[in-house]
Design a protein around this ligand. Structure first.
Ligand SMILES: [Zn+2]
Length: 86
């Protein structure tokens, strides 16, 4: 989506930005298993940074919060509330 906003305060633009970010369904990386790390960054730093990435896609629209998932009783280990990336 592209749009142009004119003749308004930056606080209005910031409010619109916050609303748009909140309304786009995203998933986040919650569990990271690192098999080997030869970088200068430690595993916890990399895991934390991965968790900050908002991931979006068509599938994110239909996913459930793991705490509300009745298919796995909130374990977060089923196809309705989790995705595994390798
Ligand atoms: Zn589930």
């Amino acid at each position: 989506m592209k749009f142009e906003l004119r003749d308004t305060d930056s606080c209005i633009a910031n409010a619109l930005r916050h609303i748009m970010i909140a309304e786009v369904p995203t998933i986040a990386i919650d569990l990271v298993e690192i098999e080997g790390n030869s970088s200068v960054l430690n595993d916890e730093f990399i895991s934390h940074r991965l968790g900050l990435l908002p991931l979006t896609g068509e599938r994110a629209m239909s996913m459930r919060f793991s705490r509300d998932c009745d298919a796995c009783d909130g374990d977060g280990q089923c196809e309705y509330c989790s995705v595994e990336l390798n």
